[in-house]
Design a protein around this ligand. Sequence first.
Ligand SMILES: Cc1cc2nc3c(=O)[nH]c(=O)nc-3n(C[C@H](O)[C@H](O)[C@H](O)COP(=O)(O)OP(=O)(O)OC[C@H]3O[C@@H](n4cnc5c(N)ncnc54)[C@H](O)[C@@H]3O)c2cc1C
Length: 354
Amino acid sequence: MVDVTVFGAGIFGLSVAWSCARKGASVRVIDPNGVGAGASGGLVGALAPHVPENWNPTKQLQFESLRMAEDMWAEVAHISGQDPGYARLGRLQPILDQGALELARAREETAKALWQGRFTWQVIEIDRFAPYAPSPTGYLIHDSLSARLHPRQATQALAAALTALGVEITADGPSQGAEVWATGADGLAELSEALGAEIGNGVKGQAALLAHDARDLPQLFVDGLHIIPHGDGTTAIGSTSEREYSDPSATDGQLDALIAKARRLCPPLADTPVIERWAGLRPRARSRAPMLGPHPTRPGAFIANGGFKIGFGMAPKIGALMADLILEGTDAIPPEFRPEASLPKTTSNDALRR
Ligand SMILES: Cc1cc2nc3c(=O)[nH]c(=O)nc-3n(C[C@H](O)[C@H](O)[C@H](O)COP(=O)(O)OP(=O)(O)OC[C@H]3O[C@@H](n4cnc5c(N)ncnc54)[C@H](O)[C@@H]3O)c2cc1C
């Protein structure tokens, strides 16, 4: 008999399983497609904060999650003997004009309070980063909170650590104990169908992996593009954001354009070969925030979905919140993250019970 059955072996399902198992629960994870078959099997892996201003519960929760990530991934590496590719090396953002420079300097001050003196947001001279991160003003923002991981490696390492803790990960099996549905874009489609309204959907993203070794450098965020040097000597770039698509896993000319842009903005990438092209569906709830708590249509079950663009960044905290709710009945989920935030106001009680 297990205490918790988790449906979905992406980063949300595995993180919920991790927090439950660490609290002593016996856990089964069921995914017919295997570990990391969805969005979590990707390449990018930016664990980067919101801008340090206009603070709100979502930003606070993400901040706590980014802080928790260091310990969580160190434990995963230790228990699994596998490298999730985690490193907190910070992030660089070129400052494009005088207005942005003034704003960045103001945020140096707000970051001190909001990041509790633990991490910095600083304007720095381009200096040693010049070839990697060109900046027309000669200045860059450097924050020390951002980290990277390798999504595919991290998901596999987490699954291996869970197995070492006695968690069963299987393609099929009986549901026992509390049920948690962490089934990504498929789960949001299923929910939308059950309720007859769009509760969320999959937003396609394409990304690429290049053979460029910049493993000791901070990640780069420039003109909406993430450039993430991984610890294995590759560099990921991402991502497109597509609401309309016919094949969720196909890559196309939009990725070619992204690669060309990355090569223009980060000159060391100019002649580096592309090792892999990849596409996946980000699970986006209608509210755009994670969807956590009692499942809207499965009585007695729970849902953990809606990671959208920052699922890996939010996963440590989401796992902890869900484990507290499932195992102890302690509900510390902020209203913005509850399923109700994505349900249409007109959803009837009948529809919710269907
Ligand atoms: C191109 C791209 C770039 C990204 N970059 C970043 C980034 O830099 N940083 C970041 O934090 N996030 C990033 N994300 C977002 C992140 O990948 C997602 O938020 C996260 O992977 C979602 O995890 P999940 O477990 O909810 O969903 P998924 O990983 O999609 O997992 C859902 C799982 O449910 C399974 N499933 C479906 N139906 C069932 C069923 N009936 N029973 C059992 N299992 C089922 C599927 O097989 C799948 O394995 C990116 C996403 C994309 C696409």
